[in-house]
Ligand binder design. Structure first.
Ligand SMILES: C[S@@+](CC[C@H](N)C(=O)[O-])C[C@H]1O[C@@H](n2cnc3c(N)ncnc32)[C@H](O)[C@@H]1O
Length: 249
């Protein structure tokens, strides 16, 4: 089966091919120039049709409908292609996780960090790991509040990692690492925290079950492990109504 991103790419390409394979000969035979605005709108409409027929999520359908028309509109601004390349590189440095594992960057807020501090307050010298630690929104506050604890964070988006590195610099109980979630061994930790996306949760839970010690705690912010009942769900009193799903190994 195709991965989700490749499936979406295939849909766009199929729509572009379908429209261009009709439009090029049609206008070519009439010795007329291809009308790009109409062609771009046509590709968007066909892509929307394909996405609807294959029952893609509503936001994918929106992206399919708008992608080529917006690309055409952007091309009319005559912006130097170097700027697009620069923007692409900056986005990749921050959002690498979204491209490689469908895990974008969004941050835990202070109320969530406080809820985690409360939840773990009875674990002396706790060893805590944030998988995909972002810019240290959980690790920083926890490290300040819990000088007895050992806090570790692993992050693999370069710009995000660098921001977090600066944020936790000087916190002696914080170990800020460059690395991949899937290459990180979980056996040494009392608490493992993840705020990722629905996509990796089943595989991550399998990894946690393989590697974490019995009695230790796995916390997922917002995204429950599919088909596994959480031992406890903490409702954080914040604007986005964060829920922390807690699983005991
Ligand atoms: C939703 S953010 C959460 C950030 C932080 N844990 C927090 O709660 O504020 C998810 C983070 O995981 C990182 N990430 C995604 N896939 C990763 C991977 N395979 N290895 C390491 N980090 C990853 C992303 O770059 C992003 O910073």
């Amino acid at each position: 089966m195709l991965g989700s991103q490749r499936r979406q790419l295939a849909l766009q390409l199929a729509a572009a091919l379908a429209v261009l394979s009709l439009a090029w000969p049609y206008y070519g035979l009439r010795n007329e120039q291809l009308p790009w605005p109409e062609t771009a709108l046509g590709i968007g409409a066909v892509a929307l049709l394909f996405a609807s027929l294959t029952q893609q999520a509503w936001w994918w359908r929106l992206i399919h409908a708008l992608f080529v028309p917006l690309a055409w509109a952007a091309s009319t601004f005559n912006i130097d292609p170097g700027w697009y390349l620069l923007l692409f590189i900056v986005l990749l440095l921050v959002y690498r996780g979204a491209v490689t594992g469908q895990v974008p960057l969004y941050l835990s807020n202070a109320a969530t960090a406080a809820a985690i501090a409360e939840l773990t307050k009875d674990l002396p010298e706790m060893r805590f790991l944030d998988l995909g630690a972002g810019v240290g929104s959980v690790l920083g506050p926890l490290a300040r509040q819990r000088p007895d604890a050992h806090l570790s964070g692993v992050e693999n988006a370069p710009a995000t990692w660098a921001c977090g590195r600066l944020r936790v610099a000087g916190l002696a109980n914080c170990d800020w690492r460059w690395g991949d979630i899937w290459q990180t061994t979980l056996g040494a930790y009392d608490v493992v925290y993840a705020f990722l996306s629905p996509t990796p949760m089943a595989a991550l839970w399998e990894k946690a079950q393989r590697e974490m010690r019995p009695g230790t705690l796995f916390i997922s912010n917002s995204f429950p492990v599919p088909d596994v009942l959480a031992e406890r769900v903490i409702e954080v009193d914040d604007a986005r109504q964060t829920r922390l799903f807690c699983y005991r190994l």
